[in-house]
Design a protein around this ligand. Sequence first.
Ligand SMILES: Nc1ncnc2c1ncn2[C@@H]1O[C@H](COP(=O)(O)OP(=O)(O)OP(=O)(O)O)[C@@H](O)[C@H]1O
Ligand SMILES: Nc1ncnc2c1ncn2[C@@H]1O[C@H](COP(=O)(O)OP(=O)(O)OP(=O)(O)O)[C@@H](O)[C@H]1O
Ligand SMILES: [Mg+2]
Ligand SMILES: [Mg+2]
Lengths: 253, 253
Amino acid sequence: MTRILAIASQKGGVGKTTTAVHLGAYLALAGQRTLLIDLDPQGNATSGLSVEPPVADPLGELWTGSADWSSLARPAPEVDRLQVLTSPSRARESFESFTLRSSRVTELRAQLLAGDWDFVVIDSPPTLGPLTSLALAWADGVIIPVQCEYFAMEGLTQMLETIGRANAGRAIPLEVTGILLTLFSESFELSVEVVEEVRKYFPDKALQTIIPRDIALAEAASHGTAASGYAPRSRGAWAYLNLAKEILAHDHA
Amino acid sequence: MTRILAIASQKGGVGKTTTAVHLGAYLALAGQRTLLIDLDPQGNATSGLSVEPPVADPLGELWTGSADWSSLARPAPEVDRLQVLTSPSRARESFESFTLRSSRVTELRAQLLAGDWDFVVIDSPPTLGPLTSLALAWADGVIIPVQCEYFAMEGLTQMLETIGRANAGRAIPLEVTGILLTLFSESFELSVEVVEEVRKYFPDKALQTIIPRDIALAEAASHGTAASGYAPRSRGAWAYLNLAKEILAHDHA
Ligand SMILES: Nc1ncnc2c1ncn2[C@@H]1O[C@H](COP(=O)(O)OP(=O)(O)OP(=O)(O)O)[C@@H](O)[C@H]1O
Ligand SMILES: Nc1ncnc2c1ncn2[C@@H]1O[C@H](COP(=O)(O)OP(=O)(O)OP(=O)(O)O)[C@@H](O)[C@H]1O
Ligand SMILES: [Mg+2]
Ligand SMILES: [Mg+2]
C-alpha cells in the first residue's frame, strides 16, 4: 500500500525541503521505491538533488493529462530507487487554473496509490496556499517540521488548525504523522525549551527523532546532493536515517 | 520625506522579520519616527514586539477606509517612536478582494508619505504573492535578506527578476536598497562563500553590514521584544544598529 506523506509548514526555513530530500533518500536507501514530489515553485528539492526537469511545468502536464506520473518522474542521480517530480513553474504560484475540488486531484492521487512507488514524499512551499493544500489533498499523512526556535510554536498551532479544518471536509482524514523538531542546538536553552514544550503539549505527535543543526546538511544542498552520499557519517545524516526508520516503523500514515 | 522600505524575499526563514523588527527599532532609537507594517498573516513581527492588535484585521479596515494609518498604528511597548500596524487576518492570504491595480493602493501610499513618520518598514511573507506585491507597491526601496547558505543565492536571482518585472509597470521604479547578508557563520566555509559570491556578483547592492547568526536575536523574539532592549551588547544587536546607520546614510530609498 503506497504511503503518501506531505512535509508542510507555513513557517519559512524550518527544514521542509531538507526533510523531504533526506527522508526520501533514506527511505530509498532502505529499499523503498520512493517518489519525491517537489510542489514548491522555488524548486529547492529539485536543485538539492540535481534532478533535470523533463519539462518546464510538470504539474501543468499532469493536470491536463498530457503526461502521467511515471513519464514525468526523473531519477535522483545519486540515489537508487529515488525519483523526483520536479518543481512547478512559477506561474503555478497563482494556481487559479486549478481548483482543489476538481476530480483531477482525486484521479491523480488514485494513480499514485495504484503506481509502483512504496512511498511518496511531497515538499511544499512556506504558505497555506493552493500548492500546500494540494500536497495535503494528495497525502494520507503530514509531517510538520518545527524549528527549535520561538516563532515555530505559534506556526505549529496554526498548522494543526488548518489540518483540522481541512479534515472537516474529507472522507478520510489527513493523519498528523508527526511533528519533527528540526535545527536543534543542544547548547541553547531556547532550543531545549522548544523541544520540551512541543513534547509536553503534543506527546503522541512529537516524533522521537530530533534533527540537529549540522552544517553538513546545508553543504550537501550546496553540492546538489543528499547528505546520505555527501556526508553519511555526519550527525545530520544519521538523524535523517533514524527518521526514516521511525517512519517505516509506523503502521499507518 | 518619508522613506518606505519593504523587507522581502520569497525564501523562508532568512531573517525578514528579524530585520524588519530590528531595523525598525534602531531607526526609532536613532530618532526616526518609524512605522513597522506587518504584512504577514503569520504576524511574527507583531508578536516579536508584543504589540496588541487594535482590531482583528487592520489591513481590511484600511482598505475599506473605515480607519486610517494613524488610528490603527500601535506603539511597540518597549521602543519609543516605533509604531506597528499589526498583521492582517489569515483570510487576507487569499487577498482576492484586493486588486493591486486599485487606486486604493496609491491612496494609502500617498497617506503614508504625507503622514508623520520619517521611516516606514514593511515585513512581508515568504512568497511572491499578493501581500508581498502590496509591500513592493507601497515601498520606494526594498531590502532583500539573503541567508548565507546555498538556496539563498537562487532565491536572490528570482527576487531581482520579480522586482525588475514589476518595475516595467511602475512610473517610479522600486529601488533595490540593498542585499542584506544574514545568518552569517564565520566558521563555516559555505557561509563565507555565499558572502563572497553575493559581493562579487552584486558589488553595488550588497550592503556593508552583515548580520551574524546570534542566538540573542532568536531569544529576544521569544521574549516578544527587540534585541535592542533585551541584549543590546550582543553581536546581533550591534549588527542591526550598524544596518540602521548604513540605511540612514543612504541619500535615497
Ligand atoms: N538540520 C540542519 N542543519 C543545518 N542546516 C540546515 C538544516 N536543515 C536545513 N538547513 C538549511 O537551512 C536552510 C533552510 O532549510 P530548508 O530549505 O530545508 O527549509 P524550508 O522549510 O524548506 O524553507 P522554505 O520555507 O523556504 O521552503 C537551507 O539552507 C538548508 O540547507
Ligand atoms: N541573525 C540571527 N541569528 C540567530 N537567529 C536568527 C537570526 N535571524 C533570525 N533568526 C531566527 O531565525 C528564525 C527565522 O527568522 P525570521 O523569522 O526573521 O525569518 P523570516 O524570513 O521572517 O521567516 P518567514 O519566511 O517565515 O517569514 C527565527 O526563529 C528568528 O528568531
Ligand atoms: Mg523548502
Ligand atoms: Mg517573517
